[in-house]
Design a protein around this ligand. Structure first.
Ligand code: PYC
Length: 310
């Protein structure tokens, strides 16, 4: 299996060029469902140690249905198949450029959440225009074990987010363990207390927002992903959901640009345009760097060919 690894603001992406499972044809959302339900062992083996690393997101390239798209892609972490992935798309853009498959300019990419666009601004800088994102419920309170009442917004940006602003714990690298424990407890509370999307979708990511110490940076976030790892980047789909909340609150005008940084200080530039269905069309710009080109080998006699599963 040939792969290219990159990182986007420290968050790793592994693009699978060949050797993935055959998911057939049809809408990408259906192929992603097939991937999630029939190929769990495959996606764990690609991302878990010893071949992968904590937080890593995979990007399986597939044929698009829409012939105008450069490629189709299904993103996944070690625990779930994702609807979309912003940092992964920045990594994908830089990877396709590295391969000579795309040059500067605008390219369409099909994801299970919909068609997005990727602007390659230079060899490392990509602007992603995401699918329409929306706030679904404002100021929802949940009872969180060992923490009490926590209030946040439910929003969609290609994945499902519960966004707490301000964070009860300072969003600082020295608090990563405590932030992880709190966000896992919040996600469990949301699921147990039926904080669900319009069609019963469970919260899969939790965001805690805080102020930044850096001038010209709007805010800093901590984002919990389905695999219980934190996003080293500011999370593209999470930033999209957040933009939808800022727009719904009337505190960020369409076209106004802000900088959002992650808990480790990696920045994205963010803005939005109004969407057709009452939400926002987010734009996020960030940088990725290629780390490795390789071939993964899964020998039959390797006791950890499926990854380290404890
Ligand atoms: O950037 O959208 C994102 C993302 C989702 C999960 C990890 N990163």
């Amino acid at each position: 299996m040939r792969v290219i690894d990159s990182h986007t603001g420290g968050m790793p992406t592994r693009v699978i060029l060949d050797g993935g499972p055959d998911l057939g044809s049809g809408p990408l959302a259906e192929r992603a469902h097939r991937f999630a339900t029939e190929h769990e062992a495959f996606y764990k083996s690609v991302l878990l140690e010893p071949r992968g690393q904590p937080g890593m997101v995979g990007a399986l390239l597939v044929a698009p249905e829409d012939s105008e798209c450069e490629t189709g892609v299904i993103y996944f972490d070690a625990d779930a198949v994702l609807g979309m992935c912003g940092h992964g798309t920045i990594g994908l853009g830089v990877t396709l450029a590295h391969l000579g498959r795309i040059g500067p300019g605008t390219h369409k990419v099909e994801t299970p959440a919909g068609v997005i666009s990727v602007d390659l601004l230079d060899a490392n800088t990509v602007r992603v225009t995401n699918i329409e994102s929306r706030r679904v419920k404002a100021s929802v309170s949940v009872d969180v074990e060992a923490h009490g009442k926590v209030t946040g917004d439910l929003a969609y940006g290609g994945n499902w987010f519960f966004i707490v602003d301000p964070s009860p714990i300072a969003v600082d690298p020295c608090n990563i363990r405590a932030l992880t424990d709190l966000t896992i407890a919040i996600r469990e509370a949301c699921i147990a207390q039926d904080v669900l999307g319009e069609n019963g979708e469970p919260v899969d990511h939790v965001i805690l927002q805080d102020q930044s110490h850096n001038k010209n940076v709007h805010s800093r976030n901590f984002v919990l992903c389905p695999d219980d790892q934190y996003d080293r980047s500011p999370c593209g789909t999470g930033s999209s959901a957040r933009l939808a909340c800022l727009a719904a609150d009337g505190v960020l005008a369409s076209g106004e640009e802000i900088v959002q940084e992650s808990v480790i200080g990696s920045p994205y530039r963010l803005s939005y345009q109004p969407g057709l269905n009452g939400g926002v069309i987010p734009t996020l710009t960030g940088q990725a760097h290629i780390m490795a080109e390789g071939k993964l080998i899964f020998a039959q006699n390797d006791p950890f060919r499926h990854g380290i599963i404890l």
